[in-house]
Design a protein around this ligand. Structure first.
Ligand code: ZN
Length: 195
């Protein structure tokens, strides 16, 4: 076996596996859930997690739909909130250690209801849309107080595998992020790796 191949096996592959920022709930099991709108909606705005509790960002994704469209549970679970928050209809479904949120939605379920994946949980409302004047569902996914990318549930999230090195300056991950620390410096290579 050529030295480079040996190096790949001995150093590079384990390092890649270690660095891959896989969401714990989604590890190895994608896709775990299904789109809350059908047919598969257009993503109007992607996940942009805030770097602090009250920081700017987008704590979920916006999926284009139409008024009164059925909103479906992305995963099986139990309804833990169905009502209005700050004037917006919201449904929250708990799935063990994570929960999915749906708004603005007129709930058709009640707290305590057990819902199957794909079950109708409400109707999409035009008022309060993040895409106004278009109508869209703001879909969130959380573990405790940490916002996750819901598109990971439908295997449409960002590429998981990070390159071992990169040519751009390495910036530190946001505080509290699950991202691995940056490499020592840009253009870092394993020892003995051809330039
Ligand atoms: Zn949104």
């Amino acid at each position: 076996m050529r030295p480079v191949s040996l190096l790949l096996r001995a150093v590079l592959l384990p390092a890649l596996i270690t660095l891959a920022p896989v969401s714990p709930a989604a590890a190895g099991d994608d896709p775990l859930g299904s789109w809350p709108l059908r047919p598969q909606p257009e993503v109007a705005a992607r996940f942009d997690p805030p770097t602090s509790t009250y920081g700017a960002g987008h704590r979920g994704v916006d999926l284009l739909g139409h008024a009164s469209e059925q909103v479906l549970a992305a995963l099986p679970g139990r309804v833990t909130f169905a009502g209005t928050l700050a004037g917006l209809g919201v449904v929250v479904v708990s799935h063990g250690d994570t929960r999915t949120t749906y708004q603005p939605v007129a709930a058709r379920v009640s707290v305590g209801d057990v819902v199957a994946e794909g079950a109708v949980i409400g109707a999409l409302q035009p008022t309060g849309s993040h895409c106004a004047p278009r109508v869209c569902l703001h879909w969130g996914w959380l573990r405790d107080q940490t916002y996750l990318d819901p598109l990971l549930l439908v295997d449409a999230g960002p590429v998981r595998l990070l390159p071992l090195w990169r040519d751009l300056p390495a910036a530190p991950p946001p505080t509290g992020s699950w991202m691995p620390a940056p490499l020592p410096y840009a253009r870092w290579r394993p020892v003995g790796w051809p330039a």
